[in-house]
Write a protein that binds this ligand. Structure first.
Ligand code: GDG
Length: 488
């Protein structure tokens, strides 16, 4: 099993004296004002959850958009602050964006065009020229900042996600000696879908400037290679899974991201989490006899939150004997609320929960609780430990970390995972009860199956899932990525 110690060795071997720079839109830590005092928060989101433990081992510089109220007040003259705040291990360098830049680059091109384009969740992408212009401006801003950090040092830049698809090329144009890799946390769609993107050539060229390109699963790699074949005059080597374009070879590989299994598992057994679990039981009136189902997602149309509540509704229609015996808590953090589609979804979700509760509630019981407040990692972990089942039902998802966190927290084996076939994680997590979120009838039956699964079968499945996540943890993800870099 990969550990921090093994990763550290790999980092030393691969990175050596090179400076490690991570570039991502989102910061690993944000600083906010609360009652006049500055506090820090670890923002919600998969990439950060996965990379913070890696950076703590590597001690490099993380360049990201400084987006929060107190962010400017804790940095030095170089816009840098050491993090984690409670145990400083690496440097966070913040980039400031104007309102227009944030609107065009983040809300606009990244999340109104690329996010729906790559997720194929039947939400039409919106390509706007001004958004694209800002996308380029902000990518250039990142490039300039990173080149400034690196100066003439040898460095490896590890770029994260769809917000920075032009960055690799911008960096290489200025400094050919840099080693750059890009990991995409979201799916890559098939060539037919990508074809409609007006900026497709620039995006592909941007990505193909990197030395290594990573996706979660092989299916996304194959889609990417198919897209390159359809769109560019490039040489594809199927054996090596590499693409040569403009004389530069880029290796394309799958690295399934994961969680820190040991840490989550240990946290789940801690006194603090047990205390948090007790509080949650009071807050949501969770009775020991209830079968508790939990969902945890950013409120996003790709996550299939509406679909899971509709499936629960259908389940209660079909099997009314479960009324009063089952409870569903959906933790949903607001996300990208300045985008119309997200606001709309949030309103729809409120109405749906109200409707389903009204329809099925009894004097003392209602089926769905929508938990909106921010929860700490301890509280999230407590929720996992309480949950008899966790439902992860995205319409399409790069990987999905919630299902892996749930598995890592279930030390007592008393839990069932219902998992969408369209999450990247479905390729690995054999032992889940698989669902198609578009098939409400079948989804409802899967909920019944989860509730009725005998103890032995439940434990057997969970044991199998835990072995998979334990073996394929976050350190393995990072380690394998770096080992691949060494090979090329
Ligand atoms: C992208 C890809 C890929 C959620 N609410 C709270 C909270 N969370 C944490 C969860 C989990 C993370 O946020 C969500 O991770 P996901 O993987 O589900 O989703 P995305 O944000 O869409 O991430 C995804 C990921 O990148 C990594 O590559 O798996 O496919 O879309 O860690 O626990 N954490 C806290 N409070 C909350 O209220 N503390």
């Amino acid at each position: 099993m990969w550990s921090t110690a093994q990763l550290k060795k790999t980092i030393e071997k691969v990175i050596g004296d090179r400076l490690l720079v991570i570039a991502s839109n989102r910061e690993p830590y944000i600083h906010v004002y609360k009652e006049g005092k500055i506090e820090y928060i670890r923002p919600v989101g998969g990439a950060v959850t996965a990379l913070d433990p890696v950076m703590r081992v590597c001690a490099g510089t993380w360049v990201a958009h400084g987006s929060s109220s107190a962010d400017r007040d804790v940095v030095n003259k170089k816009n840098e602050v050491k993090v984690p705040p409670y145990d400083p291990k690496y440097t966070l360098k913040r980039i400031w964006l104007t309102k227009d830049e944030e609107n065009g680059y983040y809300y606009g091109y990244s999340n109104k065009a690329l996010w729906p384009l790559c997720h194929m969740a039947y939400t039409r992408p919106n390509f706007d020229d001004i958004d694209w212009a800002y996308y380029k401006i902000v990518n250039q801003k990142f490039a300039d900042t990173i080149l400034e950090v690196i100066k003439d040092r040898q460095a490896f830049v590890w770029i994260q996600d769809y917000h920075l698809m032009l960055l690799g090329r911008m960096l290489k144009e200025k400094n050919r000696d840099l080693l750059t890799a890009h990991f995409l946390h979201i799916p890559w769609p098939n060539p037919e879908v990508f074809r409609i993107c007006p900026q497709k050539t620039e995006i592909l060229k941007g990505l193909l400037a990197n030395d290594l390109l990573g996706f979660h699963i092989r299916y996304h790699c194959a889609n990417f290679i198919g897209t390159v074949k359809a769109e560019l005059e490039a040489r594809v080597d199927e054996e090596k899974t590499s693409v040569t374009y403009g004389g530069h070879e880029t290796f394309v590989r799958a690295f399934p991201i994961s969680v820190d299994f040991e840490e989550t598992s240990k946290l789940a057994d801690s006194k603090e989490v047990k205390a948090a679990a007790k509080k949650l039981m009071d807050e949501f009136s969770i009775d020991d006899d209830l079968f508790l189902i939990v969902g945890l997602d950013r409120i996003d149309y790709t996550k299939g939150i509406m679909e899971k509540i509709q499936a629960l509704d259908r389940f209660l229609e079909k099997f009314p004997k479960y009324k009063g015996k089952v409870m569903f808590i959906q933790k949903g953090g607001l996300s990208r609320i300045h985008i119309g589609k997200y606001k709309e979804l949030n309103d729809k979700l409120n109405s749906l929960v109200e409707e389903v509760n009204w329809k099925h509630s009894t004097e003392k019981w209602f089926p769905v609780a929508l938990a909106r407040r921010h929860m700490s990692r301890k509280e999230i972990t407590a929720l996992y430990t309480l949950a008899n089942a966790c439902v992860v039902s995205p319409l399409h998802d790069g990987m999905n970390l919630v299902c892996k966190e749930y598995i890592a927290a279930k030390n007592d084996l008393n839990g069932v995972l219902l998992l969408s076939r369209f999450a990247g994680a479905a390729r690995e997590l054999k032992g889940s009860i698989f669902v198609n979120p578009y098939d409400r009838e079948h989804f409802a039956l899967a909920i019944k199956k989860a509730i009725e699964l005998p103890k032995e079968a439940r434990e057997k499945r969970m044991r199998r899932l835990r072995n998979i996540v334990k073996e394929n943890n976050i350190y393995k993800w990072a380690g394998k990525f770096l080992e691949e870099l060494k090979k090329i």
